[in-house]
Design a protein around this ligand. Structure first.
Ligand SMILES: [Zn+2]
Ligand SMILES: [Zn+2]
Length: 136
């Protein structure tokens, strides 16, 4: 691992994470499951190959929200940390809100636009996908 790295962590600090280099993809997700998982109207992720992410403190708890889907979170404070889908093997999606400087990750598109809240309109020209931006 070399070059830039971006640190982040949960609200209470029990879990710290670090990613290396630029993300492969940065999607917003408007799906219902992410909405419940985060408690926010929409979320955004930085997608990384699993060999460019490491937990530098603590270990997240994991919840299997549906078959093949693993969502990790801080077992102490509940912060939503990472999303993994076994159909996208080797990829880990980190909630960009956990990074110390989330502003460096620029979203590239809107996944699950079909489940976007009607009042949550966005003023951008990014592509909008009815389902995931990453076909399984
Ligand atoms: Zn925590
Ligand atoms: Zn989602």
């Amino acid at each position: 691992m070399s070059g830039n790295h971006f640190p982040g962590g949960c609200l209470c600090g029990a879990v710290r994470v670090r990613v290396y280099g630029p993300p492969e993809t940065v999607p917003y997700c408007h799906c219902r499951d992410c909405r419940r998982w985060t408690g926010a109207p929409a979320t955004a992720f930085a997608g990384y190959p699993e060999d460019r992410i490491e937990f530098t403190r603590g270990k997240p708890a994991v919840y299997g929200s549906s078959p093949g889907i693993r969502r990790s979170f801080c077992g102490d404070c509940g912060t939503s940390l990472t999303y993994e889908d076994e159909r996208l093997a080797g990829e880990i999606y980190v909630s960009i809100g956990v990074f110390d400087d989330p502003g460096v990750f620029r979203p590239e598109g809107h996944s699950w636009n079909s489940q976007r809240l009607g009042w949550f309109d966005v003023v951008d020209d990014l592509p909008r996908y009815e389902k995931s931006s990453r076909p399984r």
